[in-house]
Design a protein around this ligand. Sequence first.
Ligand code: CMX
Ligand code: CO
Length: 150
Amino acid sequence: MPAPLLTRIDHVGIACRDLDATVALYESTFGLTVVARETHEDQGVREAMLVVAEGRDSPSALGGSYVQLLEPLRDDSPVGKFLARNGEGVHHIGYGVADVGAALAAIGATGVRLVDERPRHGSMGASIAFLHPKDLGGVLTELVQAPPDR
Ligand code: CMX
Ligand code: CO
């Protein structure tokens, strides 16, 4: 059997209407800490990453695990459209991969539609790509290759 493409759960992406209020909720309920706040114009979101577990020092488990809270910058964006349709809640799952380009090629060859044909820049210096929810049981799925330092 070849090694699995997915090495860990990198993050759970959660759509919210009010980022600051939702960060406060996660801090006060779970004691989590924000480790990055970023705005991604191309994705139409502003976001906060809260760390759940630090990365381990092993190549297959490289990278930590996080909660990614997402607030849309505009209604006509993936998270804006999702909120209008579903309300607040889980938007996507991000899995760790060792090599996002190689994973995309292997997954594309199975017939699953790729939202991103090639990797792009994601949160905290990661290289990411999305897979289409309609081919994965209704789950928008993100592949995350963490940078070498996390
Ligand atoms: N989870 C499950 N299904 C979803 C979904 C999601 N997050 N988003 C959309 N869908 C479904 C819709 O329900 C809809 O289903 P039906 O056809 O059965 O009605 C279908 O997909 C199309 O929905 P849409 O609102 O018209 O959306 P688009 O086709 O314009 O876009 C997608 C869908 C997946 C290509 C788009 O959301 C996308 O490019 N996502 C990746 C980028 C992203 O989500 N960025 C924000 C997060 C950034 C980060 O994590 O760093
Ligand atoms: Co994500």
